[in-house]
Write a protein that binds this ligand. Structure first.
Ligand SMILES: Nc1ncnc2c1ncn2[C@@H]1O[C@H](COP(=O)(O)OP(=O)(O)OP(=O)(O)O)[C@@H](O)[C@H]1O
Ligand SMILES: [Mg+2]
Length: 127
């Protein structure tokens, strides 16, 4: 595991976005970017979808935009498992419950939409 440390504004997020080819179209990237011997700039959209979330992943800083407010937390975790491991939706949901085991009531929390989790955390009523 590689860890990048740096003061605020030093370019950690920009570097990681470049590494995952997630910079906006108007961004100019010079030089090459290789991850585990693979040229990221040369990957097409399908290859990038396989690469992101399995070879390299990012925990986005802004919780308000990192999760889709329309889908439940369980559905969003399950989607990643189904996409990258070829699991069934039921197996994906089982993993989502596993991932929520730190919650007081995993089954209930996995069925929540993100706003409910964040408002609970903010009010101190969630764990
Ligand atoms: N290589 C770069 N080329 C052009 N602009 C850059 C580059 N790296 C960083 N910046 C600029 O600096 C700003 C801050 O960078 P970034 O958000 O990546 O910092 P950070 O290290 O993630 O900070 P924080 O710890 O606060 O999240 C970016 O929004 C961008 O405008
Ligand atoms: Mg950052």
């Amino acid at each position: 595991m590689l860890c990048i440390l740096g003061e605020s504004g030093s370019g950690k997020s920009v570097t990681l976005r470049a590494l995952m080819k997630l910079l906006p179209k108007y961004a100019r990237v010079t030089g090459g970017i290789e991850v585990a011997g693979r040229d990221v700039q040369a990957m097409n959209e399908g290859q990038l979808q396989d690469f992101r979330g399995s070879d390299v992943a990012m925990i986005f800083q802004e919780p308000m935009t990192a999760l889709d407010p329309v889908f439940t937390i369980g559905q969003q975790i399950a989607e990643t498992v189904v996409r990258h491991e070829g699991s069934s939706r039921a197996a994906g949901m089982a993993r989502a419950l596993d991932c929520s085991s730190w919650c007081r009531s995993p089954r209930r929390s996995a069925g929540w939409r993100p706003i409910r989790m964040s408002s609970r955390a903010a009010s101190g009523s969630g764990r």
